[in-house]
Ligand binder design. Sequence first.
Ligand code: SAH
Ligand code: SF4
Ligand code: F3S
Length: 476
Amino acid sequence: MAEKKNNILPPDEMRRQYEYIEKIKKENDKYAESHGARKRAFVMTFGCQQNEADSEKIAGMAEAMGYEVTSAPAEASLIVVNTCAIREHAEQKALSVIGQYKHLKNKNPELIIAVCGCMVTQEHRVNEIKHSYPYVDFVFGTSSIHRLPQLIAERIERGRRIYCPEESEYLVAEGVPIKRGDGVRAWVSVMYGCNNFCSYCIVPYVRGRERSRTREAVYAEVAELVANGYKDITLLGQNVNSYGKDSGYDYDFADLLEQLDTIEGDYMLHFMTSHPKDATHKLIDVMSRGKHIARHFHLPMQAGSDKVLREMNRRYTFEKYISTVGYIREKMPDAVITSDIMVGFPGESESDFEDTLSALERAKFDMIYSFIYSPRKGTPAAECEEQIPDAVKSARFERLLATQNAISLEKNKPLEGRTLRVLCDGRSKNNSEVFSGRTEGNKIVFFDGEDTDSGEFLNVYIERADTFALYGKIIR
Ligand code: SAH
Ligand code: SF4
Ligand code: F3S
């Protein structure tokens, strides 16, 4: 066990931020009185659920500072763009959106534009913003999210652009206000950062080392969410299986999950992501006994070839991986298992790729998130000379999708004629005539409903199953 380490931001530092919050709020209240409307804040989020969770904190702080959170950038006085760096495409999308805000700044020189998150936790991107996006007021990294109030105050007072250096240490900031999205689903980060250094991945460089919240803090947050009617709570971490190890806690993720499960109420717990190298039988046993723990395992495999897995620095073999899948299915025959798969990793031969296809046939995932390898500056894989040509990557990607689509359909078909418990999200975004919801395994279901069904668990009889969705009717 690691030595016990205090990873928690000193409470004094958060108190200081609350002083800035109060100060800005006073100004914003005055503005609201004289203008008959509040200043607005707009938060744009790219990337994963961790970033979504960070953005809920940004929005929470904005609200505490007296801004009204809006979904329209054109009416905002504060715009925060929370970026992702996982693939080149994610960075280009963020840069293009930041580019679009230039005309808003021209129209309203008082507008504050801030860029934060994983992309700008890389020096070369900070320099790019500095030189090519002069209308961006300040930039802050993933370790400085809680410092937003101070940065706004300094920007207003000093009128200079600010490039917030990374904090010397990545710490857990407790007590940051959170503005959650609509509905009954909520994110709860249990740990931050990553120690794994998979050879293709930028996350360890932009999110710092692993640090865990205490179980008291997590428990209190989940209990409050349940008491407030939240029904689907997803525990977040880049690798939840290492929860607690960094801080030397004498409890692990399975213990945490087991304890959270004792909270009384009508809700389910999801978690992501689990790294296969340390997905333990203990965790699977806790899930199988759980009262509120969704029988859904997201277990990114990445590739089926042991050579590729080794070069990715994933620290498991395909056989080790598939034996974990076997144990999940033994304990929970109905469990939904999903995965992340990457094609085109440097040096991936045709036969390595075929190993991935046959691995899909053996693992029989319900669904996968598939990715084309994208070189990330500063990671070992990006330096590798055997980069795969784009045309080969795309062709493999298409074959990957075709193989998995057939498997997803094969997994969904037997659900026809069954009644599943579905958490209703309300009217479907694409077709307001129908309602949508998610099963315990996160499969999307469409059905006829009523507005009062939103946010409720329903029993839905599945009439038809497709590759990507289920269709049914409510059994009342
Ligand atoms: N911590 C999680 C993954 C987070 S990133 C885990 O280890 O399972 C989500 C997914 O993005 C990864 O599983 C991987 O498939 C993909 N990914 C990460 N880096 C990538 C890169 N450089 N190019 C393409 N896909 C990448
Ligand atoms: Fe990236 Fe690997 Fe960490 Fe996941 S475990 S975030 S893929 S380095
Ligand atoms: Fe992207 Fe950062 Fe998440 S790189 S995927 S937003 S941890």
